[in-house]
Each structure stands twice: as C-alpha cells, then as structure tokens.
Design a protein around this ligand. Structure first.
Ligand SMILES: Cc1cc2nc3c(=O)[nH]c(=O)nc-3n(C[C@H](O)[C@H](O)[C@H](O)COP(=O)(O)OP(=O)(O)OC[C@H]3O[C@@H](n4cnc5c(N)ncnc54)[C@H](O)[C@@H]3O)c2cc1C
Length: 404
C-alpha cells in the first residue's frame, strides 16, 4: 500500500494551499463585511466573484468532476485531499473552485443523464460558474428519508408536465443566481413498482408558479454563504416534457447515483473542517492562561487535541479507502464504505468541533470565531443526504444477510 499522493495531486495540493493562504482566508472577513452592505443578504459578495476568477485562472476549477473534457479529470482519490483543503473554509473555498454542493451533484446528474440540449442549456453555464442550481426532493409533510413517500406530483399533460408540491430545505435556492431546480416528484403515483413512480425534471426558477417562499434556518443561522435553504412551493408549474432528466420513472435510480459522490465530498470537506478546528484549538490553548498556566498545559485540553488528531487520521484513511474503492470497483462496490464514512465522519467532526467550542469558552458560541457556525453546519450532515439511522439500518442489513 502506498500512502503517498501522486504527482498531479501533490501539484494541485500545493497550488490549492497557496490559493487558500493568499486569497481565501483573507476573503473570509471581507465577504462578511460586503454581505452586510448588500441590498439583499442572499446576493453574492463581490469578493466571491474575484475568488472564482482567480481559481479558474489557476486551474483550480471543477476539480470534482472526473471527466477530463467537462471537469478536471481527477479520480476520487486525487480529488479527496483537495476537497479536504477546501473544507477548511467551507463557506468560500468550495464555491470559489466551483466545487460546492448542491451544484456538484446536479452537474454530475446532468453530465450522466442529460440530453445534449439540456447539457448546453444548464450544464455548461454551471460548469462555467455563471449560474447556480438546487436539488428539490425533501418535503415537510412526509418522511423524506424514504424517497417513496414523496408526494409532489408531476403529471404529463400533452407536451408538458404540470408540477404541484411543497419542498423544504432546498439548499442554495435563496440565492438569486440559482437559475434552475432539479425537482423530484411522482410521474406515476399509482404505479405498481414504488421505485419507478418518481422522475426528475428541470424547472427554470423563473417558471410561473414557482414560489421560493422563505428561508429555513439551521440552528438559527440563515446560511447565506450557502445560498440558504428554502421552502419552495410549485403551484401548477408547467414545463416542457423535454425537461425530464433521463427516462420517466428513473428518478429513484438517478437519486441513488447522485448521492454516492456527494456523500464522500461532504466527508472530505468535514475532515478539512476538523483540521481547522484542531488548528484553532492549538492556537487558543497556547495563547490563553487560566489559573496560572496556559490552557495548553491542562491535561483535559491535551486530551481533546490528541483525541481529535487520532480521530481525524482514522477518518481520513477510511475516506481515502472509500475514494480508492469508488475509483477501482465503482460506487456500488464501495457501498458499505460510503455508508460507513457517511455515518462516522459527521458524528466525529461534530464532537471535535464541540471540544473546540468548549476550549474557546463564550467565544466558541459567538459570531467572532467560525466554530459555532462550523458546528451547526457539520451537525446538519447527520441528516442531510440521508439520516445516520437510515445508513446504519442498510449497512447492518447487508452485514447480517451474510449469516442468514
Ligand atoms: C441543512 C440541510 C440541507 C438540506 N438540503 C437539501 C437539499 O438541498 N435538497 C433536498 O431535497 N433536501 C435537503 N435536505 C433535507 C434532508 O435530505 C432530509 O432532512 C433528510 O433526508 C431526512 O428527511 P426528513 O427531514 O424528512 O426526516 P424523516 O424522513 O422524517 O426522518 C426523521 C428521523 O427518523 C429516523 N428514521 C428515518 N428513517 C429511519 C430508518 N429507516 N431507521 C431508523 N430511523 C429512521 C431518523 O432518526 C431520522 O432523522 C437538507 C437538510 C438539511 C438539514
């Protein structure tokens, strides 16, 4: 086993680390200040556009997409350490490099399943970073971790589909740059095969009947930098049948395909968040004194830091192994590992961030340090892309099946 990164990964890592130091970290404060002066908090601060231009100029662009023509052509194993670096500044760096969710998952769906015309209309401007997108599946009225519950109706009417339904926690939808939704709904609600009832369709944001109703909060945060998480209602929204992605009834399968890479990307970035938390812990611990000695000299603080380091090293190895499996045997072959990292990483990173918050005292829960917001963001990943328990159930069933 070779634990070293290959030459291309090393080259991109050093470029990306320099980009973070020279451009991203200094822009964090600037973005906040600019946002406070914007007409709407959902608009994008100018500095984000500058970061995107610089990342594109340096070739730090679309790193997530394995296809060499449309994206950077990296394997998952090559992309993993790069995504980790962007996770150190999760509100800026993924967007700056055009590697932010939910656009990445949407671009992958379009790359894999869209027609040439759909690619031209939506994938190309997304890859160019000219527009943003959202993925609309979850509904407030049904347990949406089970996609067969989805109630939104997409009913064929002549050459169109007519969509009615209510979605929430639709990430990115508050951002006016979000030009298109990939909507999941039922085209055949009474079909015998419950996994063939759903389809996915492209809905331009400006289609009559699309109502972006309100921003949903995350532990009180509005998550502006993420483009918010909106409640979106579709009232008799009519779009051409040509907007369907893939075939009618294929929505469930596309959703499964979308989530493999998306889950590992989140885990990679979470590890970057944990690294940032360790750095912040160490800086604080050496700089602050209580009861006659630096916090760094307290055994309990040393335990937090040591445990965090041990955990991060374990998680990174599992994430890299998963990435390698996805590259060598495919997402299906890496199913158990994808679920394992999806369960293990957010839980562990939430704990690390919690220790960091504790070490920072009141500062830890304040707006003056990134820890509170990072904690909230990491905590949501125990729910988003499927709650822990759903993954535990399916992983355990596969394990047990071998003995039945
Ligand atoms: C910040 C954030 C961003 C999100 N972004 C998006 C987005 O962009 N697009 C989108 O469509 N959705 C998005 N979501 C929604 C997310 O994917 C759902 O919240 C998630 O799939 C769970 O669905 P639910 O909320 O309906 O929970 P439910 O399905 O009601 O489940 C509630 C709880 O029940 C338990 N449970 C459910 N099933 C099982 C089981 N089989 N075994 C044991 N326990 C179980 C779990 O504890 C689970 O947490 C986002 C959510 C958050 C918090």
């Amino acid at each position: 086993m070779d634990f070293a990164f290959d030459a291309r990964t090393e080259e991109l890592r050093s470029k990306l680390l320099a980009f973070m130091d020279e451009h991203v970290y200094p822009a964090e404060q600037v973005a906040e200040e600019q946002r406070a002066r914007l007409a709407s908090p959902w608009d994008t601060p100018a500095v984000v556009g500058e970061l995107k231009a610089e990342a594109k100029r340096q070739g730090l662009w679309n790193l997530f997409l394995p296809d060499a023509e449309y994206g950077a052509g990296l394997t998952n194993l090559q992309y993993a350490p790069l995504a980790e670096i962007t996770g150190r500044s999760p509100h800026l760096a993924p967007t700056a490099t055009n590697c932010a969710a939910p656009d990445t998952g949407n671009m992958e769906v379009l790359f894999q399943f869209a027609t040439e015309a759909q690619k031209k209309q939506w994938l190309e401007p997304l890859l160019a970073g000219e527009i943003r997108s959202a993925f609309a599946m979850t509904e407030p009225d049904v347990a949406s971790s089970d996609a067969t519950n989805i109630e939104t109706r997409m009913i064929r009417d002549g050459d169109d589909y007519v969509i009615n339904g209510r979605k929430w926690y639709i990430s990115g939808a508050m951002n006016p740059e979000c030009a298109v939704f990939i909507v999941m709904g039922k085209t055949d609600p009474d079909g015998a095969d419950i996994r063939r009832q759903q389809s996915m369709i492209l809905v331009p944001r400006d289609t009559p009947g699309v109502e972006v109703r309100r921003a949903m909060r995350v532990y009180g945060y509005e998550d502006h930098s993420h483009g918010g998480h909106a409640e979106v209602v579709f009232h008799d929204v009519r779009v051409p049948a040509a907007n369907l992605i893939g075939e009618e009834g294929g929505g469930f399968a596309i959703a499964q395909a979308r989530l493999g890479p998306g889950r590992i990307h989140h885990c990679m970035r979470l590890i970057g968040m944990a690294e940032r938390a360790i750095e912040l812990m160490c800086r604080r611990a050496v700089a602050r004194t209580a009861f006659g000695k630096p916090l760094a000299a307290q055994g309990v603080v040393q335990n937090w830091i040591a445990d965090a380091r041990v955990t991060v090293e374990q998680l990174r190895l599992l994430v890299l192994k998963t990435a390698w499996l996805m590259d060598t045997v495919g997402n299906k072959g890496a199913h158990t590992e994808i679920q394992a990292i999806k369960i293990a990483t957010p839980r562990a990173v939430v704990d690390i961030l919690d220790s960091a918050v504790q070490l920072y005292g009141a500062g830890g829960v304040s707006q003056d340090f990134p820890l509170a917001e990072l904690w909230a963001s990491a905590r949501t990943l125990r729910l988003a892309d499927g709650p822990d328990e759903v993954h535990q159930r399916s992983l355990a069933r596969r394990e047990i099946k071998r003995y039945v």
